[in-house]
Design a protein around this ligand. Structure first.
Ligand code: GBH
Length: 447
């Protein structure tokens, strides 16, 4: 299958490592097996009205029982790495390490290594222990300290075989959608009062990076969700709105990690609970910088409770999420070049840790779905990555979100990102055309 776009430059493709990603809560299922503790996502999915189709993520793709199939799919795909996440509440159900919870990841790591695939776990992909949320969750500084203890347990168990780690996935989503607006767990609507969660998540990253480095990790990084911000018009008001959105979505998470300081938050009228020494910890050098990128964001001024609003990007096709998920590959190139300009040598090699497109595909399929839109999305964005490399941005790896159709948070199973279709009733996995396409691309890069 080929999309209607020019071929990719093989010399540049060869310089990338290729990967695919998933996250524990989105694929594992088995929420009551081997005694995991409860997480804020268990609570959220059980709250009526929170998840669009009422689904609970269990069994979902059921990877807790099907990890061997997942590894076989990854091996046939030919990826260099697999980015999966670890469930804090499996590892520490009640604050003490669980041998069974750890055994699942221990075995997964071994299977991956046997298959010649580098395991690159994410320590935290949104499933905070409920007992910590009861104490304030990420609003409470002590959650970062608990996270450090969890990291020690994981590093002791897997650090002999795992050398590359991602610390925290998309703190911006947790802050904005989890604590400010409430579309994601823990479902709070604190608006600007949510902002201490930024600092505490970054602190958790800092602690974890220090622990992992001390235990021999060679490649560690945070994963931030970034977007290229475009003002809706040239008006002063829209440009100011875009500036604020960039601050709150991009720079508030990147500047402290890469430059050791927060941007000037005066225009937002907020202050963060920073203590002496925090920023040195948060900005201690890392070997990689993880970027999740899906779409640009067009922003207009607003008279509502927050001074900006996200509006459709004129002229762009969209993914299954609709008008606020425009498909604009060149915006990824522009973002990466801008980041290189803003952060200079402080920007470590970038890993594109997630990139992909969702569509509302059926749960049960008898014939292959039309997968052209996903292929053309992936092709366009890989081309955009190569263009940034050509312009001098150091990029080490590209990761597709996602290996599998999975539990798409508040959208349940109504949006599917997989290279592989999953029938959630049976767990059956069927590679889509995009899987064959990605496999051929990796093969060509290696030939
Ligand atoms: C990433 O989130 C996550 O890391 C990953 O787990 C997730 O599956 C993937 O991307 C796709 O969403 O009502 O338009 O806000 C990116 C943030 C959070 C954006 C959920 C989409 C709901 C749709 N995503 N959000 S919208």
């Amino acid at each position: 299958v080929t999309a209607d776009v020019p071929p990719l430059d093989r010399a540049l493709l060869r310089r990338l490592r290729f990967s695919a990603a998933t996250a524990a809560f989105q694929i594992e299922g088995a929420r009551d097996e081997d005694g995991p503790g409860r997480s804020i996502w268990d609570d959220f999915v059980e709250t009526p009205g929170r998840v669009r189709d009422g689904s609970t993520a269990d069994p979902g793709p059921d990877s807790y029982h099907r990890a061997d199939e997942d590894v076989a799919l990854l091996a046939r795909l030919g990826v260099d790495e697999y980015r999966f996440s670890m469930s804090w509440v499996r590892v520490l159900p009640d604050g003490r390490p669980s041998p069974q919870g750890l055994a699942y990841y221990d075995r997964l790591v071994d299977r991956l290594l046997d298959a010649g695939i580098t395991p690159t776990p994410t320590l935290y992909h949104w499933d905070l222990p409920s007992r910590l949320e009861e104490a304030g969750g990420w609003l409470n500084r002590s959650t970062a300290e608990r996270f450090a203890q969890y990291t020690e347990v994981v590093a002791d168990a897997l650090g002999d075989r795992v050398r590359q780690w991602y610390t925290i996935n998309e703190p911006v989503s947790t802050t904005l959608q989890g604590y400010a607006i409430g579309e994601l767990a823990p479902g709070r609507a604190l608006l600007f009062d949510a902002l201490p969660t930024v600092h505490h998540q970054l602190l958790a990253h800092g602690y974890a990076a220090r622990i992992l480095h001390a235990r021999g990790a060679t490649s560690v990084g945070i994963v931030n969700n970034h977007t290229q911000v475009l003002p809706a018009s040239d008006s002063e008001a829209d440009q100011q709105a875009a500036y604020l959105y960039d601050l709150i979505h991009n720079r508030m998470y990147a500047d402290p990690v890469l430059l050791g300081r927060y941007p000037d938050l005066e225009p937002l009228g907020v202050a963060l609970p920073v203590r002496d020494g925090d920023l040195a910890l948060i900005s201690a050098p890392c070997e990689l910088y993880g970027v999740n990128y899906y779409n640009p964001t067009t922003v207009a001024a607003s008279a509502g409770p927050v001074p900006f609003e996200v509006v459709p990007t004129p002229g762009a096709p969209v993914t299954g999420f609709g008008p606020l998920w425009p498909i604009v590959p060149e915006a990824l190139t522009a973002f990466l070049i801008d980041a290189r300009e803003r952060y200079g040598a402080a920007l470590p090699p970038v890993v594109i840790a997630e990139n992909g497109a969702s569509f509302p595909e059926p749960d049960h399929v008898d014939a292959p779905i039309d997968d052209t839109a996903r292929i053309s999305y992936l092709h366009g964005h890989i081309a955009a990555v190569l263009a940034a490399m050509r312009a001098g941005v150091r990029i080490d790896a590209y990761t597709v979100w996602s290996l599998l159709d999975n539990f798409e948070w508040a959208d349940g199973y109504t949006q599917r990102f997989g290279l592989v279709h999953v029938d959630m009733a049976t767990g059956e996995r069927t590679p889509k055309a995009s899987y064959a396409w990605y496999r051929a691309l990796i093969e060509e890069a290696r030939s």
